[in-house]
Design a protein around this ligand. Structure first.
Ligand code: C5P
Length: 253
Protein backbone atom coordinates (compact mmCIF):
# COMPACT_ATOMS: atom_id res chain seq x y z
CA UNK A 1 0.00 0.00 0.00
CA UNK A 2 1.43 3.41 -0.96
CA UNK A 3 0.39 6.18 1.42
CA UNK A 4 0.22 9.58 -0.19
CA UNK A 5 -0.62 12.20 2.40
CA UNK A 6 -0.59 15.82 1.20
CA UNK A 7 2.26 18.07 2.29
CA UNK A 8 0.88 21.55 1.56
CA UNK A 9 -2.47 23.35 1.49
CA UNK A 10 -2.47 23.41 -2.34
CA UNK A 11 -1.67 19.73 -2.56
CA UNK A 12 -4.79 19.01 -0.52
CA UNK A 13 -7.04 20.48 -3.21
CA UNK A 14 -8.50 18.33 -5.99
CA UNK A 15 -10.13 20.55 -8.60
CA UNK A 16 -13.12 18.86 -10.28
CA UNK A 17 -12.94 19.51 -14.02
CA UNK A 18 -16.71 19.24 -14.44
CA UNK A 19 -16.90 20.81 -17.92
CA UNK A 20 -17.94 19.55 -21.35
CA UNK A 21 -14.95 20.27 -23.58
CA UNK A 22 -11.22 19.71 -23.61
CA UNK A 23 -10.71 23.42 -24.28
CA UNK A 24 -12.55 24.46 -21.12
CA UNK A 25 -10.68 21.82 -19.13
CA UNK A 26 -7.33 22.98 -20.54
CA UNK A 27 -8.12 26.58 -19.64
CA UNK A 28 -8.81 25.53 -16.02
CA UNK A 29 -5.62 23.46 -15.81
CA UNK A 30 -3.49 26.29 -17.23
CA UNK A 31 -5.06 28.77 -14.79
CA UNK A 32 -5.01 26.63 -11.67
CA UNK A 33 -2.18 24.09 -11.95
CA UNK A 34 0.07 26.03 -9.57
CA UNK A 35 -2.72 26.25 -6.98
CA UNK A 36 -4.01 22.67 -6.70
CA UNK A 37 -2.57 19.18 -6.20
CA UNK A 38 -4.80 17.18 -8.54
CA UNK A 39 -7.34 17.62 -11.30
CA UNK A 40 -10.38 15.38 -11.20
CA UNK A 41 -11.65 13.86 -14.44
CA UNK A 42 -15.20 12.73 -13.78
CA UNK A 43 -18.01 11.32 -15.84
CA UNK A 44 -18.92 14.63 -17.49
CA UNK A 45 -15.48 15.32 -18.96
CA UNK A 46 -14.59 11.68 -19.66
CA UNK A 47 -17.75 11.04 -21.66
CA UNK A 48 -16.99 14.16 -23.71
CA UNK A 49 -13.32 13.64 -24.50
CA UNK A 50 -12.05 10.35 -23.04
CA UNK A 51 -8.37 9.87 -22.24
CA UNK A 52 -7.43 13.10 -24.02
CA UNK A 53 -8.35 14.84 -20.75
CA UNK A 54 -6.01 12.60 -18.74
CA UNK A 55 -3.16 13.11 -21.25
CA UNK A 56 -3.69 16.88 -21.32
CA UNK A 57 -3.40 17.10 -17.50
CA UNK A 58 -0.23 14.99 -17.47
CA UNK A 59 1.30 17.02 -20.31
CA UNK A 60 0.82 20.13 -18.15
CA UNK A 61 2.78 18.40 -15.36
CA UNK A 62 -0.22 17.85 -13.05
CA UNK A 63 -1.74 14.76 -11.45
CA UNK A 64 -5.05 13.06 -12.19
CA UNK A 65 -7.85 11.76 -9.99
CA UNK A 66 -10.07 9.64 -12.25
CA UNK A 67 -13.50 9.73 -10.62
CA UNK A 68 -15.77 7.24 -12.37
CA UNK A 69 -16.87 5.49 -9.16
CA UNK A 70 -16.75 2.02 -10.71
CA UNK A 71 -19.43 -0.42 -9.53
CA UNK A 72 -19.75 -3.71 -11.47
CA UNK A 73 -18.73 -7.35 -11.15
CA UNK A 74 -15.16 -7.91 -9.86
CA UNK A 75 -13.60 -8.93 -13.20
CA UNK A 76 -15.02 -5.92 -15.07
CA UNK A 77 -14.00 -3.37 -12.45
CA UNK A 78 -10.54 -4.89 -12.00
CA UNK A 79 -9.79 -4.82 -15.73
CA UNK A 80 -11.20 -1.33 -16.23
CA UNK A 81 -9.10 -0.13 -13.29
CA UNK A 82 -5.99 -1.83 -14.70
CA UNK A 83 -6.51 0.23 -17.86
CA UNK A 84 -6.44 3.37 -15.71
CA UNK A 85 -3.11 2.26 -14.26
CA UNK A 86 -1.70 1.64 -17.75
CA UNK A 87 -2.76 5.19 -18.60
CA UNK A 88 -0.84 6.65 -15.62
CA UNK A 89 -3.89 7.70 -13.56
CA UNK A 90 -2.68 8.70 -10.08
CA UNK A 91 -5.90 8.35 -8.01
CA UNK A 92 -9.16 6.58 -8.87
CA UNK A 93 -12.27 5.35 -7.02
CA UNK A 94 -14.71 2.43 -6.77
CA UNK A 95 -18.02 2.12 -4.92
CA UNK A 96 -17.43 0.14 -1.72
CA UNK A 97 -20.95 -1.21 -2.19
CA UNK A 98 -19.53 -3.23 -5.10
CA UNK A 99 -18.38 -5.62 -2.36
CA UNK A 100 -15.08 -6.79 -0.88
CA UNK A 101 -14.36 -9.21 -3.74
CA UNK A 102 -14.66 -6.41 -6.30
CA UNK A 103 -12.40 -4.19 -4.18
CA UNK A 104 -9.68 -6.72 -3.40
CA UNK A 105 -9.58 -8.19 -6.94
CA UNK A 106 -9.14 -4.67 -8.29
CA UNK A 107 -6.39 -3.75 -5.81
CA UNK A 108 -4.48 -6.95 -6.53
CA UNK A 109 -4.65 -6.62 -10.32
CA UNK A 110 -3.80 -2.89 -10.31
CA UNK A 111 -0.74 -3.41 -8.15
CA UNK A 112 0.47 -6.28 -10.36
CA UNK A 113 -0.11 -4.22 -13.51
CA UNK A 114 1.72 -1.19 -12.07
CA UNK A 115 4.74 -3.38 -11.32
CA UNK A 116 4.64 -5.16 -14.67
CA UNK A 117 4.42 -1.94 -16.70
CA UNK A 118 6.75 0.01 -14.40
CA UNK A 119 4.05 2.54 -13.48
CA UNK A 120 3.67 4.31 -10.12
CA UNK A 121 1.36 2.47 -7.71
CA UNK A 122 -2.08 4.17 -7.95
CA UNK A 123 -3.99 5.44 -4.93
CA UNK A 124 -7.25 3.51 -4.84
CA UNK A 125 -10.19 5.02 -2.97
CA UNK A 126 -13.57 3.62 -1.97
CA UNK A 127 -16.69 5.76 -2.31
CA UNK A 128 -18.83 5.49 0.82
CA UNK A 129 -22.09 7.42 0.53
CA UNK A 130 -22.47 10.21 -2.02
CA UNK A 131 -22.50 13.66 -0.49
CA UNK A 132 -25.79 14.38 -2.27
CA UNK A 133 -27.44 11.85 0.09
CA UNK A 134 -28.70 12.78 3.55
CA UNK A 135 -30.03 10.75 6.47
CA UNK A 136 -33.58 10.70 5.10
CA UNK A 137 -32.65 9.38 1.64
CA UNK A 138 -30.34 6.77 3.21
CA UNK A 139 -33.24 5.48 5.34
CA UNK A 140 -36.14 5.90 2.94
CA UNK A 141 -34.63 5.32 -0.52
CA UNK A 142 -31.68 3.01 0.15
CA UNK A 143 -33.65 1.33 2.96
CA UNK A 144 -30.67 1.39 5.31
CA UNK A 145 -31.75 1.76 8.91
CA UNK A 146 -28.52 3.14 10.31
CA UNK A 147 -27.24 6.58 10.97
CA UNK A 148 -24.89 7.94 8.31
CA UNK A 149 -21.78 7.83 10.54
CA UNK A 150 -22.20 4.20 11.36
CA UNK A 151 -23.05 3.22 7.77
CA UNK A 152 -20.07 5.11 6.32
CA UNK A 153 -17.59 3.82 8.90
CA UNK A 154 -18.72 0.24 8.30
CA UNK A 155 -18.16 0.71 4.57
CA UNK A 156 -14.75 2.27 5.28
CA UNK A 157 -13.78 -0.83 7.26
CA UNK A 158 -14.66 -3.03 4.27
CA UNK A 159 -12.42 -0.78 2.12
CA UNK A 160 -9.54 -1.00 4.62
CA UNK A 161 -9.79 -4.78 4.83
CA UNK A 162 -9.78 -5.03 1.03
CA UNK A 163 -6.49 -3.02 1.11
CA UNK A 164 -7.73 0.19 -0.47
CA UNK A 165 -5.68 3.31 0.33
CA UNK A 166 -8.61 5.36 1.59
CA UNK A 167 -12.16 6.55 1.09
CA UNK A 168 -14.27 9.39 -0.24
CA UNK A 169 -16.60 10.60 2.49
CA UNK A 170 -18.08 13.69 4.05
CA UNK A 171 -16.10 15.60 6.71
CA UNK A 172 -18.74 14.92 9.35
CA UNK A 173 -17.94 11.19 9.15
CA UNK A 174 -14.17 11.56 9.50
CA UNK A 175 -14.11 10.95 13.27
CA UNK A 176 -16.01 7.69 12.92
CA UNK A 177 -13.80 6.57 10.00
CA UNK A 178 -10.54 7.41 11.82
CA UNK A 179 -11.67 5.37 14.84
CA UNK A 180 -12.13 2.32 12.63
CA UNK A 181 -9.41 2.82 10.01
CA UNK A 182 -6.67 4.85 11.73
CA UNK A 183 -4.66 7.92 10.80
CA UNK A 184 -2.81 6.53 7.78
CA UNK A 185 -6.01 5.89 5.83
CA UNK A 186 -6.62 8.61 3.24
CA UNK A 187 -9.89 10.55 3.49
CA UNK A 188 -11.02 12.61 0.51
CA UNK A 189 -13.92 14.95 1.09
CA UNK A 190 -16.14 16.42 -1.67
CA UNK A 191 -18.96 18.94 -1.17
CA UNK A 192 -16.59 21.63 0.06
CA UNK A 193 -18.38 24.94 0.30
CA UNK A 194 -16.59 28.05 1.58
CA UNK A 195 -19.01 30.36 3.39
CA UNK A 196 -19.00 32.73 0.37
CA UNK A 197 -20.23 30.05 -2.10
CA UNK A 198 -23.60 28.46 -2.91
CA UNK A 199 -24.52 24.89 -1.92
CA UNK A 200 -25.88 23.68 -5.34
CA UNK A 201 -27.17 20.07 -5.22
CA UNK A 202 -24.88 18.91 -2.41
CA UNK A 203 -26.41 18.02 0.97
CA UNK A 204 -23.63 17.14 3.44
CA UNK A 205 -21.53 20.24 2.76
CA UNK A 206 -18.64 21.62 4.87
CA UNK A 207 -16.30 24.61 4.74
CA UNK A 208 -12.54 24.10 4.15
CA UNK A 209 -12.00 25.02 7.83
CA UNK A 210 -14.44 22.35 9.01
CA UNK A 211 -12.78 19.80 6.72
CA UNK A 212 -9.30 20.51 8.15
CA UNK A 213 -10.65 20.53 11.71
CA UNK A 214 -12.24 17.15 11.07
CA UNK A 215 -8.97 15.65 9.80
CA UNK A 216 -9.69 15.38 6.08
CA UNK A 217 -6.61 14.80 3.87
CA UNK A 218 -7.82 15.96 0.46
CA UNK A 219 -10.81 18.07 -0.54
CA UNK A 220 -12.63 18.08 -3.87
CA UNK A 221 -13.76 21.48 -5.05
CA UNK A 222 -15.69 22.13 -8.24
CA UNK A 223 -18.34 24.76 -8.81
CA UNK A 224 -17.24 27.27 -6.13
CA UNK A 225 -14.03 27.75 -8.17
CA UNK A 226 -15.08 26.88 -11.74
CA UNK A 227 -17.97 29.35 -11.69
CA UNK A 228 -16.27 32.04 -9.61
CA UNK A 229 -15.98 35.46 -11.25
CA UNK A 230 -12.29 35.39 -10.39
CA UNK A 231 -11.04 31.80 -10.14
CA UNK A 232 -7.59 32.71 -8.83
CA UNK A 233 -9.15 34.80 -6.09
CA UNK A 234 -11.51 31.92 -5.19
CA UNK A 235 -8.78 29.27 -5.03
CA UNK A 236 -6.47 31.60 -3.10
CA UNK A 237 -9.21 32.20 -0.52
CA UNK A 238 -9.58 28.44 -0.10
CA UNK A 239 -5.81 27.90 0.25
CA UNK A 240 -5.61 30.71 2.83
CA UNK A 241 -8.53 29.24 4.75
CA UNK A 242 -6.82 25.80 4.85
CA UNK A 243 -3.55 27.34 6.05
CA UNK A 244 -5.29 29.37 8.73
CA UNK A 245 -7.20 26.32 9.98
CA UNK A 246 -3.93 24.35 10.18
CA UNK A 247 -2.29 27.17 12.15
CA UNK A 248 -5.18 27.30 14.62
CA UNK A 249 -4.92 23.53 15.16
CA UNK A 250 -1.14 23.82 15.71
CA UNK A 251 -1.59 26.60 18.27
CA UNK A 252 -4.07 24.45 20.18
CA UNK A 253 -1.55 21.61 20.59
O1 C5P B 1 -19.11 21.25 -7.86
P1 C5P B 1 -18.85 20.49 -6.58
O2 C5P B 1 -17.83 21.18 -5.71
O3 C5P B 1 -20.11 20.11 -5.87
O4 C5P B 1 -18.14 19.15 -7.11
C1 C5P B 1 -18.08 18.01 -6.38
C2 C5P B 1 -17.41 16.94 -7.22
O5 C5P B 1 -17.15 15.87 -6.34
C3 C5P B 1 -18.27 16.41 -8.35
O6 C5P B 1 -17.38 16.15 -9.45
C4 C5P B 1 -18.84 15.11 -7.83
O7 C5P B 1 -18.97 14.11 -8.81
C5 C5P B 1 -17.74 14.68 -6.84
N1 C5P B 1 -18.16 13.82 -5.75
C6 C5P B 1 -19.17 14.13 -4.85
N2 C5P B 1 -19.53 13.26 -3.87
C7 C5P B 1 -18.85 12.11 -3.73
C8 C5P B 1 -17.81 11.80 -4.61
C9 C5P B 1 -17.48 12.69 -5.60
O8 C5P B 1 -19.75 15.21 -4.94
N3 C5P B 1 -19.14 11.30 -2.72
Amino acid sequence: MVIKKPQSASERIILALDVDTLEEARELVVQLKDYVGYFKVGLQLYTACGYDAVRMIHEMGSKVFFDAKFHDIPNTVARASANLVKNDVDFFDLHIKGGSKMLSTTCRLCREVAKKYNKPQPTILGVTLLSSFGQKTLNQELNVNMNIDEYVSRLAKVALEAKLDGVVASASEVGAIRRVCGDDFIIVCPAIRPTWSVVDDQVRVVTPTDAIEAGVDYMVVGRPVIFAKDRIEAITLIIDEIEEAKEIIKERL
